[in-house]
Design a binder for this molecule. Structure first.
Ligand code: XIL
Length: 345
C-alpha cells in the first residue's frame, strides 16, 4: 500500500520536487514520488530568481520539466511562488544603481512577471502560492522591498494579477510559524480583507517546518481552525520535522516533546540515536492525527522533500547539519512513520 492510496479520500499528499527528480536524473527519487504522492510542488525552479533571472529573460526549462513530470504522474501540480522577498531576482525591485524603483514601475514588473509565468502554465496547475512570507512573527508586515515601495497593497495586487492571468487557478497565501498568535491574527485579517474586496483567495498554506519542541500542537490546531473560519481551505504546504531545536526564541516550545540536545551532536552522527528516532515518529504521527481529525478543512498535506538527503534542513539555519526531517530515509526507503500513516488513514 502507498501513501496516496491510503489517503485518497482524505486529502492530497504531496512533496516538493527538485530538478534532479523532475528531470528523472534521480531515478530512485522520481520513482518514489510517482508511487507515493498525489501532488507535487516546485522546490526552487519557479522562484523569480530561477524562472526570471533578468528583466528581459525568462528561464522556463526546469519549470516546464517539473510540470510535465506531474502531468505524466497524474498528480496535482502547484506553483511556488510568485511574490517572495527571498530567492528574488536582483533586478526585480531596484534600478540599475540599486535604488528602489517607483511604485508604478514595481507594479508593472509584478504584473509582467505574474502574467507571463501564470499564463505559461494556465490550465495545467491547480493553483499558485501567490505571496509567500509577508508577515513577521508578531504579525507586522515584513519590511520587504515590495512593502517598502507599495505598502500593504502589494498583496491584493499580486492576487489580482494572478487571477486575471488564469481565472481558473486556485490562489494561496503561504507562510511559516503559523501557530504564532501574531502571525495567525495577521493572516486572518489579510484573508478577510481580500474577501471583503472580492479578491480571490482559495486557501492558506501553513508551511509546517516544525520541530520536536515547537510548535504546540494545540496552537497549530487553533490556527487551522481560525483560518478555516474565514471561509478558505487550509493546506499544510512544506511539512518537515527537524530533530534539532530551533534557535528562534519566539517559536513557542512544546517542552513535553523535547529531548536533550547537545551541541556536540551537530552535525548529527550518520545514525540517529534510536530514542530520538522513536520520539520523531511519535511526533510526526501526532501531526498526521491532527490533519486526519480535520480532514474536512484540509485539502492537501505536502512534505518539503521526499527523503532526508533531499531536505534543505540539513543546511539551515547552519551549514553542515545532518537532519532527519522527512518520511523516507537516505536510501529512499520508507521510515516506520509511513506504515503508521497508512494504517491510521
Ligand atoms: C528552500 C529550498 O528547499 C532550498 O533548496 C533553497 O535553497 C531555499 O529555499 N520556505 C519556503 C521554501 O517557502 O521555498 C523554502 O525552500 C523553505 C522555506
Amino acid at each position: 500500500n502507498t501513501l496516496k492510496e491510503a489517503l485518497k479520500d482524505k486529502f492530497l499528499i504531496g512533496t516538493a520536487v527538485n530538478t534532479q527528480q523532475a528531470s528523472g536524473k534521480d531515478k530512485a527519487g522520481a520513482e518514489v514520488i510517482r508511487k507515493q504522492f498525489s501532488a507535487i510542488v516546485a522546490e526552487n525552479c519557479m522562484k523569480s530568481q530561477e524562472i526570471h533571472p533578468e528583466e528581459n529573460r525568462y528561464n522556463f526549462t526546469q519549470a516546464d520539466e517539473f510540470v510535465t513530470f506531474g502531468e505524466k504522474n497524474n498528480q496535482t501540480v502547484t506553483g511556488h511562488t510568485l511574490i517572495w522577498h527571498t530567492q528574488l531576482s536582483r533586478w526585480f525591485c531596484v534600478d540599475k544603481d540599486g535604488k528602489n524603483v517607483s511604485p508604478e514601475i514595481l507594479k508593472k514588473r509584478m504584473k509582467d512577471h505574474i502574467t507571463t509565468v501564470v499564463k505559461r502554465y494556465k490550465g495545467r496547475l491547480k493553483g499558485w502560492d501567490v505571496v509567500n512570507e509577508a508577515f513577521e512573527d508578531n504579525g507586522e508586515y515584513r519590511k520587504t522591498k515590495f512593502y517598502e515601495i507599495l505598502g500593504e497593497e502589494y498583496i491584493p495586487l499580486a492576487f489580482q494579477y494572478a487571477h486575471e492571468a488564469d481565472p481558473n487557478a486556485e490562489l494561496y497565501y503561504n507562510d511559516y510559524s503559523m501557530a504564532l498568535p501574531g502571525r495567525r491574527a495577521a493572516v486572518v485579517k489579510l484573508v478577510k480583507d481580500l474577501k471583503k474586496r472580492g479578491i480571490r483567495i482559495d486557501a492558506i498554506g501553513m508551511q509546517g517546518h516544525v520541530g520536536m519542541d515547537y510548535p504546540k500542537i494545540s496552537e497549530f490546531e487553533k490556527s487551522m481552525l481560525a483560518f478555516a473560519e474565514t471561509g478558505v481551505k487550509v493546506m499544510i504546504t512544506e511539512l518537515d520535522l527537524t530533530v534539532i531545536p530551533s534557535p528562534n526564541p519566539n517559536v513557542g516550545a512544546e517542552v513535553s516533546a523535547s529531548f536533550e540536545y547537545n551541541k556536540e551532536m551537530n552535525p548529527y552522527p550518520k545514525e540517529l540515536p534510536a530514542e530520538v528516532a522513536k520520539a520523531w515518529t511519535a511526533r510526526m504521527n501526532d501531526f498526521f492525527r491532527l490533519f486526519l481529525k480535520h480532514q474536512d478543512i484540509i485539502t492537501r498535506v505536502t512534505l518539503w522533500g521526499v527523503a532526508d538527503h533531499n531536505s534543505w534542513r540539513n543546511d539551515w539555519p547552519m551549514n553542515g547539519r545532518t537532519d532527519y526531517p522527512l518520511l523516507f530515509d537516505r536510501n529512499y526507503q520508507p521510515k516506520p512513520i509511513v506504515d503508521l500513516i497508512i494504517k491510521e488513514a
